[in-house]
Design a protein around this ligand. Structure first.
Ligand code: PEP
Ligand code: MG
Length: 666
């Protein structure tokens, strides 16, 4: 039994057979060759074989809906089909000519030079990831030249060990059979890491084992809690890990089950972050009460041309429809810094994280911005969509985005196209935005704190710099103080506050955020159940008032009717109903039933009076779809049925079925 310590790329504990991937390239020696043409032909044939492997991999990624994989393999196909003089195969051939050397050596040398060139341009994460792309292609070509079959079909569940693992190789495995990944090299920023995290595969890097010593059927254990990889564990270790994993599994199942009941009653709304429409299913299965951050730039990252209005509209609608009335917050494209899209030209800058990114990209590309706003305003029609703008640091930027929204709305109106102007919010990602929030707040409806960038800009640390990870402290007192100030200022102006950066998933800090008054936490969908459990007991309304309808909680500020959202009738919450049954929130007397049956109020003995208002503007339904079970003056018991209503009928007439529970002022 041998134990290794590594860096966690993706969390989890797993025990499975170890499978040695074939990306470990042997030391390549230089050989003098006589037949240069033969070396060129070998290289050409290897390129064809790798290309065919890449096409197979992309097919599999599509079948398995591994969205990130599709884009990355596309990039590799593009790199390999590049017939410019700067491409890897072309430069390798040139070296074969210049040094009459073997193709393997030429590839190894040229790839090394290309990576150095990338590093010389910038140390930014994006370019390092591009260097990794070159190395993956080089490894595949060398392996092919050496006669190693690309891609590995594993027949049973396995932990893959590899020197490096390319995204293609990862997606070439049956995803159901990859239980874990251990590599010698790799970074948390690499594309392979992104895919592994999205696929929930435990992944450790920085571990060098002697691959030759691994026999078939040898077992390995990844334990991300202790950052360890155990090779060939003894019986006692296997036994204790089997117990630990069974317990973990049972706990996860229980958490998910319990979360279903808890998510809706959390004082703070638990939302999911997504990057693509296909991720919304995960948000739903993990009981997300809304989408707190749809990183719309993911639609653009691997697109060859900018994404047209209709495609964007369909992507937003897909998420909106799937969320069935729950809030969906779409962030306009945040390209730049470590995210590059081929379809949007970025200026060459020495400091991309402080450069043209976020809203600056949208202002620099007005056509792209207006196209996105058109798609968003169209999708906002009859829906609970909100738009959020990234990297805001000045008031003029906010005024300009509002002007743009107004301009696009006027265009759509003139063209006779259905649209709506949705609530508008900003991401608080710069200390500047925090400090001038009093000026900005009157122009917006909500804010969401992007703690990843807020930490980067508050502490002055490049968030992608692995060497500075010890300094990048997301729980730094300065960051927490900036969050507290944001909440204080936003609430002073009656607007809601979410956290959608990584800190939104921080269970240790969640209760502190609740105390600060944060209204919404948005996180990777898989983290929601555990968060709901951690916040159990932090119920939404006064403990002596029962929730009168099953459903998802909507903070007051997010109710799509100013009469309620501004608190004009009293303190209230919205509930997006799961069914049409309204029950009494406490023992009391029915004090009012609206003629049109869409509202009822109850008064308790201690004089608390609650108004339950079904839907927005449902007075116009004139009682259709509503059934009252009580009369004015009736004494009712907590939990007894007051009325029923037809949720679908309300939706069918184009109205919102959100139930508003108002505590009427004495
Ligand atoms: C953030 O900065 O916290 C955030 C959510 O945005 P991103 O991570 O996409 O930059
Ligand atoms: Mg950000």
């Amino acid at each position: 039994m041998k134990q290794y310590s590594g860096q966690v790329i993706s969390e989890g504990t797993v025990l499975a057979k170890v499978f040695i991937g074939e990306t470990i390239t042997p030391n390549i020696e230089k050989m003098n060759v006589k037949d240069i043409t033969n070396e060129e032909t070998r290289l050409d044939e290897a390129c064809l074989e790798v290309m065919s492997f890449l096409h197979k991999s992309i097919k599999r990624a599509k079948q398995e809906q591994i969205a990130e994989g599709i884009g990355i393999i596309d990039t590799h196909i593009a790199l390999l089909s590049d017939d410019s003089k700067q491409s890897l195969p072309h430069r390798a051939k040139q070296l074969i000519h210049e040094e009459t050397c073997n193709a393997e050596y030429a590839l190894e040398t040229v790839a090394g030079r290309m990576v150095d060139e990338f590093d010389a341009i910038s140390k930014s994460g994006y370019l390092s990831a591009r260097g990794e792309d070159i190395l993956h292609i080089k490894n595949m070509l060398i392996n092919t030249l050496l006669g190693v079959t690309l891609g590995c079909e594993i027949a049973e569940p396995a932990i893959i060990y590899s020197d490096r693992l390319s995204p293609e190789q990862l997606t070439s495995f049956d995803p159901k059979l990859i239980k874990g990944i251990v590599t010698a090299k790799g970074s948390a920023l690499s594309h392979t890491a992104i895919i592994a995290r999205n696929m929930n595969i435990p992944f450790l890097t920085g571990i060098k084992i002697d691959a030759g010593s691994v026999h078939p059927d040898m077992i390995g254990i990844i334990d991300s809690e202790s950052n360890t990889f155990i090779l060939d564990p003894d019986e006692t270790t296997v036994h204790s890990y089997n117990i630990k994993m069974r317990e973990n599994e049972e706990k996860a199942l229980l958490i998910k089950e319990k979360a279903k009941e808890l998510v809706g009653s959390c004082k703070v709304a638990l939302y999911a972050n997504i990057g693509r429409p296909c991720e919304v299913a995960d948000a739903i299965s993990n009981c997300a009460a809304g989408i707190g951050l749809f990183r719309s730039e993911f639609l653009f990252l691997d697109a060859k041309e900018t994404v047209d209005e209709q495609s964007q509209y369909e992507a937003y609608k897909e998420v909106i429809n799937a969320m069935d009335g729950k809030p969906v917050i779409v962030r306009t494209i945040d390209i730049g810094a470590d995210k590059e899209a081929k379809c949007i030209k970025l200026p060459k800058e020495s400091n991309p994280a402080l450069g043209t990114r976020g809203i600056r990209i949208s202002f620099a590309n007005p056509d792209v911005f207006r196209t996105q706003l058109r798609a968003l305003l169209r999708a906002a029609y009859c829906s609970n969509l909100k738009i959020m703008f990234p990297m805001i640091s000045s008031l003029w930027e906010v005024k300009k985005v509002i002007e743009e929204v107004d301009y696009v709305a006027a265009m759509l109106k003139e063209e006779g196209i259905d649209y709506a102007k949705p609530p508008i919010g900003i991401m608080v990602e710069t200390p500047a935005a925090v400090m001038i929030l009093d000026d900005i707040a009157p122009y917006i409806d909500f804010v969401s704190i992007g703690t990843n960038d807020l930490t980067q800009y508050a502490l002055g640390i490049d968030r992608t710099n692995e060497n500075l990870s010890d300094y990048y402290d997301v729980r730094h007192k300065a960051v927490l103080e900036l969050i507290r100030i944001t909440v204080e200022k936003a609430h002073k102006h009656g607007i809601s506050v979410g956290i959608c950066g990584e800190l939104g998933a921080d269970i240790k800090l969640a209760k502190d955020f609740l105390k600060m008054g944060v209204d919404e936490l948005s996180m990777p969908a898989s983290k929601i159940p555990a968060m709901a459990l951690a916040l159990e007991g932090e119920v939404s309304v006064d403990s002596d008032i029962l929730v009168p309808v099953d459903g998802y909680l909507i903070p007051m500020e997010e109710i799509p009717d100013a009469v309620f959202s501004k608190g004009l009738v009293g303190r209230c919450v919205g509930i997006y109903p799961e069914n049409g049954i309204v029950t009494a929130p406490f023992d009391g007397v029915v004090t009012m039933i609206a003629k049109t049956k869409h509202a009822i109020s109850i008064k308790s003995q201690n004089a608390t009076e609650v108004l339950i208002h079904i839907g927005i503007d449902t007075v116009s339904m004139d009682g259709r779809g509503f059934e009252i079970n009580v009369n004015e003056g009736d004494v009712v018991k907590a939990g007894s049925k007051l009325l029923t209503f037809d949720v679908d009928m309300i939706k069918d007439v184009g109205l919102s079925p959100i139930v508003i529970v108002v505590i009427l002022p004495n």
